[in-house]
Ligand binder design. Structure first.
Ligand code: MRU
Length: 348
């Protein structure tokens, strides 16, 4: 992606190679702030407290976290401890475990002194691969979008998305956003309905920031608006990312995704899920077996944004008890197709 006029990726090594730079997503869209992570503990904090987020991106950050742990101590005990610490930071996205296992397995047979360098190299490879996977998802999604647009060539293609499955959530391109960016760049008129995605507002804050940055026409909507828009024929397709797809095709994604899939089915709107193979979890049978992260009720009880002086402030919207499950499961039967790096797998 291009950010502040420069081509860049959402995660990159520090100039000395010993740490990584990530965007502090808590500051977006108000401030583009890069932060350096220089230890496994720092990587764990960044993932747990959502300085960085999105399934592939937390995998990439954790991979570097494991490499940084090995730079301090390359022994077996340190490797196991850092893996255990990082894998517990967030429970739902399978990419986190996949990336940590991939790095661990790549270095386990090496002598301790050689492990850190090999782990950094493997983490770099995970990032390069993620960018390539998302690009391939974008190309397959682009073909799909061309077909959808051809049905109504006289008007823009209206896509609805939930949460942020963009380049902020991956190393580049995003998953759900990759076809949107490629279609826009190819001259297909695309307009995106952006669910605000309460309680953390990843849509209104992050996806809208990305689309604005790329010049893609978009409109932020309240999470409850999508059903009406579908009923009015103003949505041609829904496309979302995912944190884990199970063996039977169930899709775990940001809370609220399931309701969009239900509304899409009721209104004959195609519902697509974009994912790389790193998000597929064949070892988990169904969505009911996925651990659903429950985050602090404070995220529901408060709204965050700049006050009149530009200072980031939070206001409390309720003093009642609140509940904050961060993800839900969309049953496979509601999915029209999975857009992967290998092509679109349609449900028949
Ligand atoms: O809690 P978050 O912001 O990490 O949740 C992110 C999502 O639900 C994304 O849709 C998912 O990780 C796919 S990112 C390509």
């Amino acid at each position: 992606m291009i950010l502040e006029g420069q081509p860049t990726r959402s995660i990159r090594r520090t100039a000395d190679g010993a740490g990584v730079c990530i965007l502090d997503q808590r500051q977006l869209p108000w401030e583009v702030r890069w932060v350096e992570l220089r230890s496994a503990d720092a990587a764990a904090v960044a993932i747990r407290e959502m300085w960085t987020r999105g399934a592939p991106m937390i995998g990439a950050t954790a991979a570097y976290g494991l490499a940084m742990a090995l730079a301090e101590d390359g022994g077996d005990a340190a490797l196991a401890a850092a893996h255990a610490m990082l894998v517990e930071t967030r429970p739902t996205a399978i990419n986190l475990r996949w990336a940590l296992d991939t790095v661990r397995d790549a270095v386990a047979a090496l002598p301790p002194a050689a492990r850190a360098e090999a782990a950094f190299a493997r983490a770099d490879a995970i990032c390069d691969e993620d960018a390539a996977l998302c690009r391939a998802i974008g190309e397959h999604g682009l073909a799909l979008f061309r077909d959808l647009h051809a049905r109504h060539p006289d008007r823009p293609l209206n896509i609805l998305t939930h949460c942020n499955a963009g380049w902020l959530a991956t190393v580049d391109y995003g998953t759900a956003t990759a076809p949107i960016y490629l279609a826009h760049d190819a001259g297909i008129p695309v307009h995106v309905w952006v669910d605000e995605t309460r309680p953390r507002n990843q849509g209104a804050l992050l996806t809208a920031f990305e689309l604005r940055n790329h010049g893609v026409p978009h409109t932020v909507i309240a999470d409850n608006a999508g059903g009406l828009l579908m009923m009015q024929g103003r949505v041609d397709a829904v496309i979302v990312g995912t944190d884990r797809v199970t063996a039977n095709g169930d899709v775990c994604n940001k809370i609220g995704t399931y309701l969009k899939a239900l509304a899409a089915r009721d209104n004959d709107v195609p519902f697509y899920v974009a994912l790389p193979y790193t998000t597929f979890d064949p070892a988990t049978a169904t969505g009911a077996d996925i651990p659903i992260e429950e985050r602090s009720a404070e995220e529901v009880a408060r709204l965050t944004g700049p006050d009149e002086t530009g200072r980031i402030a939070t206001i409390r919207v309720t003093d009642s008890p609140a509940l904050n499950p961060a993800f839900d499961v969309t049953p496979a039967r509601l999915v029209t197709g999975y857009i992967t790096e290998r092509g679109v797998l349609a449900r028949v």
